[in-house]
Design a protein around this ligand. Sequence first.
Ligand code: SAM
Ligand code: SF4
Length: 355
Amino acid sequence: MAIDSFGRRIDYLRISLTDRCNLRCVYCMPEGGVAWKGHDEILSLEEIERFAGIAVEQGISKIRLTGGEPLVRYGVVDHIRRLRAMTGIEAIALTTNATLLPKFAADLREAGLERVNISLDSLDPAVYKDITRGGNLADALAGIESAFEAGFDPIKLNVVVVRSLEQDLFGFAKMTLERPLHVRFIEYMPVGDDANEGIEGALGAVGIEGAGCAGDNPGFHWTRADHVPSDDVLAKISRAGQAVGAGPLIGLERENAPGGWGPARYYRFADAQGTIGVISPLSHHFCSECNRLRLTADGKLRTCLFSDDELDLRTVLRSGTDDDVRAIIKTALDSKPESHNERVGTLRRMSQIGG
Ligand code: SAM
Ligand code: SF4
């Protein structure tokens, strides 16, 4: 079992398979993309599997593949098959924008992938196109259908709530009435080097002093005004549900919530097939329950989403022994901060960290 220096059990590893993506969501990437890492800088799938094998031995039992867009990484299906064959891995999940899922869903399921989280921020084709800078909503919706057809369970939909995008949040909530879909509203986070104002504003909002970063995404910046606390989202959806005779929202105990490895709080409308969750990293931070490590596509091990402290795993994987890798995991556990209060601000974007 892996326990960090604050007594938290660390059993969840998020692996970013690539820093590349076929979309350019305004809050995640600059319009022109980021400077992609060269082929040699990115861990090979074999290197990732070697690390996963050692991490599992040390107490990791759940793996999420993310990115960038993980489905643009060549060989992802067989990678999942090999990870799934490792003793000690309880489950593998994938976070995806779903646009490539129609092509991959059945094969991914057959390879042993259990769960998918699908990111979708608008059900309006024009707004979706704007948010993703060119994406086609029909592709993402087809991706959701293919996930159902392939038998994934649970299927979660992640919606990042950004006030100025004026998303129809109840439109998402309504989807849970008819389908066993778990819609989670995520607070917009000031991550990435456009987060200058964001870091100051967001952390000010929760009483933390922030560190500024340089901006390179002139079209879109995190602002304090764009951050919508999850409690406001829940109140709005509950009111809208009552107005159409579906509400109010009912809080769910953990045992009645869809299985998960993270900090979402769940609710449901009385007769709904699915649930509604909120993830509130800013308004209700959940550092005391943090159970995760993150591996970036270029082989850096991160102990906290909000900290740029990274351990250079790539060099060790390329020139070290398994014991050297174990030592890096131990260093990560020993140095994982108690909360994001200690260090704030990130130089890397979400697409480079994996969310
Ligand atoms: N491309 C995949 C996708 O979009 O699902 C996986 C990578 S993406 C970086 C992982 C998650 O991070 C997505 O759900 C995305 O919406 C979320 N995300 C990106 N930037 C964010 C931000 N600034 N605040 C909150 N969530 C963010
Ligand atoms: Fe790509 Fe996901 Fe970032 Fe959107 S949120 S740009 S789909 S990595």
